[in-house]
Design a protein around this ligand. Structure first.
Ligand SMILES: CC(C)(COP(=O)(O)OP(=O)(O)OC[C@H]1O[C@@H](n2cnc3c(N)ncnc32)[C@H](O)[C@@H]1OP(=O)(O)O)[C@@H](O)C(=O)NCCC(=O)NCCS
Length: 172
């Protein structure tokens, strides 16, 4: 997997600045999640905490200084070789131009540099874009991908679709 030096901009081919957030980026994470649609939007407080405590497993993409996307993630406390991708949000005006793919490759690259081997996320059955994002990432990394049920609609409540777990790895 391609390595990117600390806080460097851009995988090749993208006019994006990719960086870990600072705590002042909490509101940016919140706004991107709200604007994306289809995500369970948490409180601004939650995103401030995320920007403070999970910055090394979170990325914000900017184009010309303007935020266009973010991935929030964490290393699983009981399996720290696994990066769990919690939310992926790309502004509707910036979609289908590789922003999510670039963020995921960048974040996963750093995870692998730090000794990580696995990426996990959950995807709802109807989210074709998200499903494609993770499948394509696994293909590009030449890594196996496994899908399994994780949370059912009854557990999630509020008419939420079930969430399937996608587990990708081992990454090299
Ligand atoms: C899912 C999401 C993050 C994708 O962001 P994006 O920057 O548009 O995605 P990319 O341009 O990097 O595309 C990644 C792959 O998904 C595919 N894709 C993107 N949007 C798609 C769509 N609406 N339908 C089908 N495939 C789609 C792309 O073609 C690409 O696959 P490819 O390389 O094989 O062509 C974005 O649509 C979004 O923010 N959605 C709302 C929030 C959400 O559902 N997040 C994911 C769950 S946490």
């Amino acid at each position: 997997m391609t390595a990117h030096p600390a806080d460097s901009p851009t995988p090749p081919g993208h006019d994006l600045e990719l960086a870990h957030p600072t705590v002042t980026d909490g509101p940016v994470l919140h706004e991107l999640a709200a604007a994306a649609g289809g995500l369970d939007v948490n409180t601004r407080y939650a995103y401030l905490i995320w920007a403070r405590d999970f910055a090394r497993t979170t990325v914000i993409a900017r184009r010309g200084g303007e935020p266009v996307g973010a991935i929030t993630g964490y290393r699983r406390p009981d399996a720290d070789d696994t990066l769990f991708v919690w939310q992926v949000a790309v502004d509707p005006s910036a979609r289908r131009r590789g922003v999510a793919a670039a963020m995921l490759a960048w974040l996963a690259g750093r995870h692998v540099e730090g000794g990580g081997r696995w990426v996990e996320a959950t995807v709802t059955p109807s989210n074709e874009a998200s499903r494609r994002l993770f499948t394509r990432f696994a293909d590009d990394a030449s890594a196996p991908v496994a899908w399994s049920a994780l949370f059912g609609a009854d557990e999630l409540g509020d008419g939420h679709e079930p969430e399937e777990l996608v587990r990708i790895g081992p990454l090299r």
